[in-house]
Design a protein around this ligand. Structure first.
Ligand code: KG4
Ligand code: ZN
Length: 357
């Protein structure tokens, strides 16, 4: 059995390294974000992101080993995000993982980044223990409903077991995170936009502007956010600069409420149809305070268990990749030295539900 692995995440602009035990215990995790580097451009610049990964990754590997007080002889394998993501960024992680695996004569596995997000709530450390363990869910054969929401993805999954992920629905245009980031850009808020919109919304009026709730009454599990974005653009174009400035928090609060309502409507529909008892929110957007509050209310009302990882495991991190990787390695899976990074998922990574685009 593989007992401990080192995991690497470099799919976008976060460089992260973690050491994970087979039961999901996080021995150590160290990360470096590049927000300041990309902020001047108002978004992630792929070439700059990969160059920064090359600078920070190996020092982070050293730091993680030191922090966990482990030696290479304690590490039985390596997991790395190999898809989907920015190709240049993924390349840095994958080449480093392969080299370390060869050097230390241990197996490695390339992991789908989204699988990491789906398992993130089941990580454990001194400060965080999941309300339900993954082991218990598997033993009871209880599928859970997971909403993975980030800057690049908005997908609703039925998870029967680690490696059995069925896509119930997904965004047909922008991701939820992109919708937040685009409003932030329109309002001249700092990058990354989601955090800024969340913060400004706190003092704002949620029902001042009637933003659309696309697809909320439709009988499928897909999402659409581009109409919402256009509607915000039209509103802002019609207002004077002073009016926009005065109403920034009202615009943010009303717009955020529309996104939250759309997300919860799909969760509610799937829960009612399939009777899930455990619900997972994961990905960078699950850090949103209003979404957490409203989903919690919804879960309480419907007597459901809501699992939301702490912030450090919500956003991109290596610990979640480690958990996905160690479960696969312990099922006997291995990646070979010709394993290549990919910008998109592999067809077999997820089961497609009819109706999901
Ligand atoms: O999962 P993640 O760290 O990276 C991707 O895989 O994309 O998600 C990043 C996204 C960004 O769009 C960011 O604006 C959004 O998550 N985000 C938030 C909040 N914190 C991060 N969106 C809304 N509210 C937040 N508090
Ligand atoms: Zn992510």
């Amino acid at each position: 059995m593989i007992k401990s692995i080192l995991a690497i995440e470099t799919s976008c602009d976060d460089t992260s390294v973690a050491i994970i035990r087979h039961d999901g215990w996080v021995e150590a995790m160290v990360s470096a974000n590049q927000d300041l580097v990309h902020a001047v451009f108002g978004g992630v610049v792929p070439e700059i992101a990969s160059r920064n990964h090359t600078l920070t990754l190996l020092p982070l590997v050293e730091e993680c080993l030191n922090k966990s007080q482990k030696k290479w002889s304690d590490i039985d394998g390596i997991a790395v995000t190999s898809r989907p993501g920015l190709l240049g960024s993924l390349m840095v992680g994958v080449v480093t993982a392969k080299t370390l695996a060869l050097t230390h004569d241990i197996p490695f596995i390339g992991v789908n980044h989204l699988e990491g997000h789906l398992l993130a709530p089941f990580l454990e450390d001194e400060l965080y223990k999941p309300k339900v363990s993954l082991k218990a869910l598997i033993a009871e054969e209880q599928p859970y409903l997971a909403l993975a929401i980030s800057g690049g993805h908005t997908q609703l999954y039925d998870v029967t077991a680690p490696h059995q992920y069925k896509i119930l629905g997904r965004t047909v245009d922008d991701a939820a995170g992109e919708a937040f980031d685009k409003l932030a850009k329109m309002l001249g808020l700092p990058f990354p936009g989601g955090v800024a919109v969340d913060r400004l919304s706190q003092g704002g009026q949620r029902d001042l502007y009637a933003f659309p709730r696309p697809m909320i009454h439709e009988h499928h599990y897909n999402f659409s956010f581009s109409g919402l974005k256009t509607s915000a653009l039209r509103l802002i174009e019609k207002m004077s600069k002073e009016e926009v400035e005065k109403n920034k928090s009202n615009i943010c609060a009303s717009y955020q409420e529309a996104i939250v309502d759309v997300l919860i409507s799909r969760l509610d529909k799937a829960q009612k149809e399939y009777q899930y008892e455990n619900i997972v929110l994961t990905g960078g957007v699950s850090a949103n305070s209003r979404l957490r509050e409203k989903t919690q209310e919804w879960a309480l009302k419907n007597d459901l268990t809501l699992l939301v990882p702490p912030l450090k495991y919500c956003t991109d991190n290596a610990a979640m990749i480690g958990l996905a990787g160690i479960l696969r390695l312990n099922r006997g899976e291995r990646s070979e030295q010709d394993h290549a990074p990919l910008a998109s998922s592999l067809p077999n990574d997820f089961i497609q539900e009819a109706g999901a685009k």
